[in-house]
Design a protein around this ligand. Structure first.
Ligand code: NIG
Ligand code: FE
Length: 407
């Protein structure tokens, strides 16, 4: 048993709702699980023989949950970012041969070892900003063999990485060039989805349902097939246009609907009614230089659970840092500091079905805890662009430390 005590603040959202701030706080944990969160006096009185670690002048938070990433790919699209700085749009760049298809080409050509090495380095960078749980999507293969290759790399990462990892099959990210759209949907339904579900290669299935990509009808067909096979849906919807994707996510009983920049009011109501989490990606609309951002305030007002994530990918948002995402969610969406922390921790866990295990500092949950060298949690937002993280504890083990840069 170990007690972290004398923390300036212990900060956490609460699973049943609400937000807790304990001044001069403490956390007691046994192996990988939290047993107590509260005042330093009470922790020491309850567990007098526990080992004590003084964390004076530090703020403790739950580990960040990055519930939406496209972590496995080859190459980069820095050139596209520079083109956007000169005024080109995402759609113009994709139409000119860039976009997802250029990453598909590089990723198909890459050996699994190469993809694994790059993804490991990216996960380590994410850890250094406090991400302890990560969702990883396939989607840059778009053939049976290459999508399976990406899911196998994701499986190796899940089995060997310090973070908890969940895997999403996004074979419906775009359409491959060498087949008709109809034929590829048949391939998804008849071959890819059964293999993914049969071999348990993924936890979720996702579709990019948007203008120019998968239609609502195609998404519905794929979603129903995935459900038959026991895979729950996550959806990329309403990122480029209002395609009524929020309502579709509710209809398909998706775990989450992601992006939602153009989501309409009716869809938002339906998401609230069916308990679909919103996963909002402020780095994406920001990095795409879009004039609008997801209507997070409206969603919260209607009772939708709002999570935030990086969307880490080579095209629309090359961002490793959940700290940066939390800052953007306050400045672009108008979230309060407490809402932004909840969105990047507990609500991210809910969007992955992991709410009972992680996402908050509460007894019975995993000891996934961040130690920040700041005097108040407000500094997470106030101190723009700095990384004041000092130590990352995952399941009770120190995985990263700023001074020693321990793994
Ligand atoms: O979430 N919208 C679809 N997929 C990614 C972008 C993929 C890419 O451009 O490579 C996203 O923004
Ligand atoms: Fe995405």
């Amino acid at each position: 048993m170990i007690i972290l005590h004398n923390a300036a603040q212990v900060i956490t959202p609460l699973t049943g709702g609400g937000f807790r701030i304990v001044d001069r706080g403490a956390i007691a944990y046994d192996q990988d699980l939290i047993v107590f969160v509260g005042s330093t006096e009470e922790a020491i009185a309850s567990y007098p023989s526990a080992e004590r670690i003084d964390v004076s002048r530090k703020v403790l938070l739950p580990g960040f949950v990055d519930a939406h990433t496209h972590l496995i790919f080859a190459g980069n699209r820095c050139n596209e970012f520079l083109m956007r700085l000169r005024g080109a749009t995402y759609q113009e760049i994709a139409a000119a041969g860039g976009g997802i298809q250029s990453t598909v080409k590089a990723t198909r050509d890459a050996a699994p070892e190469q993809l694994l090495e790059a993804a490991r380095a990216d996960l380590q960078t994410m850890l250094s900003f406090g991400t302890t749980t990560v969702e990883i999507k396939s989607g840059y293969g778009l053939t049976f063999e290459s999508e399976m290759k990406l899911l196998q790399v994701a499986g190796t990462l899940r089995d060997t990485s310090p973070q908890d990892i969940l895997i999403t099959f996004l074979g419906a990210h775009d359409f491959p060039r060498e087949k008709s759209r109809e034929d590829y949907v048949v391939e998804l339904m008849e071959n890819m989805l059964p293999a993914v579900a049969g071999e348990k290669l993924a936890d979720f299935c996702d579709v990019f349902c948007d203008q120019g990509y998968y239609s609502n009808e195609q998404t519905r067909t794929i979603g129903r097939r995935a459900a038959e096979l026991g895979l729950r849906m996550k959806l990329h919807v309403d990122e480029l246009a209002d395609v009524n994707g929020a309502a579709l996510a509710a209809e398909l009983n998706a775990v989450s609907a992601d992006h939602l920049i153009f989501a309409n009011d009716e869809g938002i109501e339906k998401m609230a009614e069916s308990g679909v989490c919103a996963v909002l990606l402020p780095g994406t609309s920001f990095s795409l230089r879009m004039p609008r951002h997801a209507p997070a305030r409206k969603m919260i007002a209607r009772g939708v659970r709002v999570a935030t994530a990086t969307d880490f990918n080579p095209g629309t948002c090359f961002c490793h840092s959940m700290q940066y995402i939390l800052q953007l969610s306050t400045l672009l969406y108008g979230l309060t500091a407490e809402e932004a922390i909840t969105a990047g921790t507990l609500n991210g866990a809910a969007a992955l079905g992991l709410e009972s295990r992680t996402g908050s500092l509460e007894p019975g949950k995993q000891m996934d805890c961040l130690i920040f060298d700041i005097p108040h949690y407000g500094y997470l937002f106030y101190n723009l662009g700095s990384n004041r993280l000092e130590t990352v504890v995952k399941r009770g083990k120190v995985l990263w430390n700023k001074k020693q840069n321990l793994r």
